[in-house]
Design a protein around this ligand. Structure first.
Ligand code: ATP
Length: 139
């Protein structure tokens, strides 16, 4: 039997990144990954830096999310993300440079370095590189 569909919307302060009918959705929640299918009970969750995936036409599709919130209802999942990119939109070279900058800051161990900020930048960069490289190798 075909999987029941629910609406997945991903918006950022800049744009609507995605608005589609999809099957299962895997979301990087702040306290761990969670899965959503149609008719899920309503709830809200903060998001971690990570990758969301959803099933569409029998394939898993991925979207990078850099934190934000998810609102789940029986018929939809709405993601309000600080930033969101499909794998093919990721500039891997830029992410590698961001990774180097973050690693350099963390190496410095100076008082003026905001460690939490540098660690978050490093996480974003590593996730983008992982997803962007997968897109590059499957093209
Ligand atoms: P950078 O230091 O390279 O700006 P960052 O992690 O600080 O990286 P963000 O604050 O997460 O960047 O994002 C700022 C904007 O730039 C967002 O619109 C985001 O989608 C975009 N962006 C950041 N890095 C990349 C990338 N590697 N490829 C594509 N878009 C990116």
């Amino acid at each position: 039997m075909a999987e029941e569909q629910l609406r997945l919307e991903i918006v950022t302060p800049d744009s609507t990144v995605l608005s589609e009918e999809v099957g299962y959705v895997g979301v990087p929640g702040a306290v761990g990954q969670f899965g959503v299918m149609k008719n899920h009970i309503p709830f809200l969750s903060a998001l971690a830096i990570g990758s969301l995936y959803y099933r569409k036409d029998g394939k898993n599709e991925y979207v990078f999310l850099s934190g934000g919130f998810a609102e789940v209802s029986p018929h939809s999942v709405s993601i309000l993300a600080e930033s969101a990119e499909r794998p093919e939109e990721i500039d891997v070279q830029r992410a590698r440079q961001a990774k180097e900058r973050a690693e350099e800051r963390l190496r410095q161990q100076q008082e003026q370095v905001d460690t939490a900020r540098a660690e978050a930048a490093l996480k974003r960069a590593i996730q983008r590189i992982t997803l962007g490289e997968q897109a590059g190798s499957s093209r």
